[in-house]
Structure formats: C-alpha cells, structure tokens
Design a protein around this ligand. Structure first.
Ligand SMILES: Cc1ncc(COP(=O)(O)O)c(C=O)c1O
Length: 395
C-alpha cells in the first residue's frame, strides 16, 4: 500500500483520493465482530459510489437513492436481489422501467404517492413487487405509522405487493446508546402492533443507525462499547426477523485518504498560510466549518513537528470560508509537499461545492488488497459543466 502511495505522490501533480480495499475489508470484519450475529449489512451507496465494486460480496445489500446510483450499481455487477431502491424522490419513469424489466430487489415507499405508483405498476405488469415502507422520524422522509398501517390493512386489495418490512433512518453521527434504545423500542413496538392488529410479520427491519466516525483531533469515540451496547439492545428485542443495518460513513470513511499539494506559502498580518491545490470543495468532514475543528492529517514523508509555529491551511477557492486547518503545528514544509487527510472515504468527496471556480475534480485511486493502485477516475474538468453552449443544435 505505502509503495503504491509513494508512486502516486511522484506521479500526481494535483489533488487525489485513495480508497484502500484492505482497510475496507478490515472495517467490515470489525463491524461484523461487534454487531448482532443476525444483522446483515446494507451499504448506503451515497457515502462513496467508487467503492461499490469493492464491496460486492462483502455486504448483503446496497441502498440506492437515485437513477445515477442505480446505474453505478448495475455497472458494478451488483445482483438486483441485493438492491434496495430507496430515496425521498424516485423518478416515476425510472421506477416503471425497473418494474417493467422484472426488477427482483426491494423498492422503498417513502410516501403514499410512491406506494400507489407501485400498486399501479404491479397491476399493469402483472408482477410482484417487494416494497419496504419507510417510517418517518418526523422529517420529510418516510410516512407516518398510521399510513403504513393503512397500507398493510389494505394489502389484500394489492396481491402484487409484498411488504417485506420497515425501513427507518433518523440521522447520522449518532453516539447515544439511549437514543438507539429509544428508537429500537419504538420500532419493536410498531412491528408488534402490526402483528397484533393485522397479523403482519415483518421479515426485515432495515435500520440506518447513523453510526459515528471520529474525524477530529481530540474527539473521543469508544466504538467497541457503543457497538456492543447496540448489539445488547438488539438482542433484547421482541422482533426476531432479519435486521439489516444501512450504513454509509461507518463502512466507508476509514478506507479513504485525500492528498493535496502545498502550492504557496505566505504570511499575512502575522498569520502563516499554506495554500493547497484542493480545498473545502473536495474535503467535507461532517461537523466542520471554517476549520473550527482539526481533522486528522499529516505531511507526506515528514513527521518531525516544529513546535511553536502555527499554520493555517487554505484551499484554492476564492472564498474566505476555504480554510481546511487552523493553528496547526507542522513539520518544516515547502511548496510541493503533500498533505494527507485521513477518514476521507465517506461523503468527503461528493458533498463539496465542486462546481465553484470551475476547478478540476481530483483523480481517484483504488488500492487493491495486493497493494497495487488502480486509477478509477482521471482528474475531471468541471469547466465543461460551467461553459454555456449557445451553439447547441436547435436552440
Ligand atoms: C435512508 C438512509 N440510510 C442510510 C444512510 C447512511 O447514513 P450514514 O452514512 O450516517 O451511515 C442515509 C444517509 O443519509 C440515509 O438517508
């Protein structure tokens, strides 16, 4: 792995990401060791679409929230049986296309409108559709418990619909066992009521737990205790069906690193600045704003910190917000040095304002388990997307 990185550091002249398959596999093994035995893992593709193929066979399901993600998973050869087509808005024509093509995975229903479309499609194409209604947490996502109950009560009118269970997600970076306890109890009670009142037994509970990742210096996270505590809570549930844990950042964050080059060094009004070719548009850490917190990072190939001198690391956007690190002691640095940011495997690369200033998107590498690196995206010019094309035919 380190050899591959050394080579990339020599070859790449601008920012890039590296996702490490071995770290990803170890992470999955760790989660399985600490989570309930009966729990299956469902990878939330939005966290990082570049590692879908690496996760094939390593997780049981893939949660997919857009037509783009569907195509990415299809191209990666994911078995449709392992797909959970999810998302607050599903393009109706795309849903119809899937059903018409005999899709065998699960489709979530986030609203009565989505559910009605699935009922209509099952009649139109005389097929069976596996549907997973999403229970709301009080946000715009999902449906009220009463709506789900009505859906289940009226199932005899829709023989083409198979309700496989309940989906629930209430937020990310959750660290409170008390909160997990409350949510699991609520879900357990709801599924108990559905059984009692309607004879409905959920096969699956698909729960997005929002397990946390420690991104910043000084942040304490006793993950073993949190996950073991979560497992105890699950083991005391009445519900004995399959638990599917929908996870994004908890699976993907640790496998990723972001590399960005120092391109200028200067001092303004007594502050020492290191300017990098990347920036906040390529490195988004949950909970970070104006470098209020310090992400875990290092200077490639240099480890001896020079105490006393405080650096502010800024990106290449013409925005005063584009500060990545503030008041950091660094080794002796110079233009051309590369900063390496850890835990950049989830959301970091896709949540940024990547079209601002029409800068290029970084290249992406996957480091395989044998240590070799494969480039899966070249540096990508966004200027094409920001260029108006007056000469488009017919306009
Ligand atoms: C429905 C659903 N499931 C799972 C996830 C993944 O969350 P996390 O990355 O916190 O694990 C999300 C994230 O937005 C989500 O909306």
């Amino acid at each position: 792995m380190e050899q591959a990185i050394d080579r990339l550091l020599k070859e790449e002249s601008s920012a890039f990401y590296v996702f490490d398959t071995a770290v990803l596999r170890e992470r999955i093994a760790y989660l399985r060791r600490h989570l309930p035995e009966r729990a299956a893992l469902c990878y939330a593709v939005k966290a990082n679409p570049f590692i879908v193929r690496e996760l094939k066979g390593a997780v049981e399901r893939f949660e997919i929230c857009s037509p783009g993600e569907t195509e990415i998973c299809m191209k990666a050869g994911i078995d449709p049986e392992e797909m959970v087509i999810s998302g607050v808005y599903k393009t109706p024509s795309v849903t119809e296309e899937l059903v018409r093509g005999g899709f065998t995975g699960v489709i979530t229903a986030e609203s009565l409108t989505q559910y009605r479309q699935l009922c209509e499609l099952s009649e139109k194409y005389s097929c069976r559709i596996k549907v997973l209604p999403r229970l709301t947490n009080g946000s715009q996502f999902g449906m009220d418990a009463e709506d789900i109950e009505n859906i289940i009560a009226s199932l005899p009118e829709h023989p083409g619909i198979e309700i496989t269970g309940i989906q629930y997600f209430s937020g990310t970076q959750k660290t409170s066992l008390k909160r997990f306890g409350r949510e699991l109890e609520q879900l357990d009670r709801f599924m108990g009521e559905l059984k009692e009142r309607h004879g409905f037994e959920a096969k699956y509970l698909e729960y997005g737990t929002g397990f946390p990742v420690a991104y910043f210096e000084g942040e304490e996270l006793d993950e073993d205790t949190l996950l073991d505590g979560f497992t105890e809570l699950v083991n005391s549930m009445e519900f004995k069906g399959e638990l599917i844990l929908e996870l994004g950042r908890s699976i993907a964050a640790s496998c990723g690193r972001y590399f960005t080059h120092i391109v200028d060094i200067k001092r303004c009004k007594g502050v020492d600045y290191a300017l990098v070719d990347g920036g906040m548009h390529q490195l988004v850490y949950f909970g970070q704003y104006m470098a209020m917190k310090k992400p875990l990072f290092s200077v490639a190939g240099k480890s001896e910190i020079i105490p006393g001198k405080q650096w502010t690391v800024c990106g290449a956007l013409c925005s005063m917000n584009d500060i990545i690190v503030k008041q950091a002691e660094l080794p002796e640095i110079e233009t051309g040095d590369v900063l390496c940011f850890e835990n950049a495997g989830a959301y970091c690369m896709t949540e940024g304002i990547s079209l601002l200033l029409s800068r290029d998107l970084p290249a992406v590498y996957i480091v395989k388990e044998d240590g070799s690196a494969v480039r899966v995206r070249r540096t990508f010019e966004t200027r094409q997307l920001n260029t108006p094309k007056y000469e488009i035919e017919g306009e």
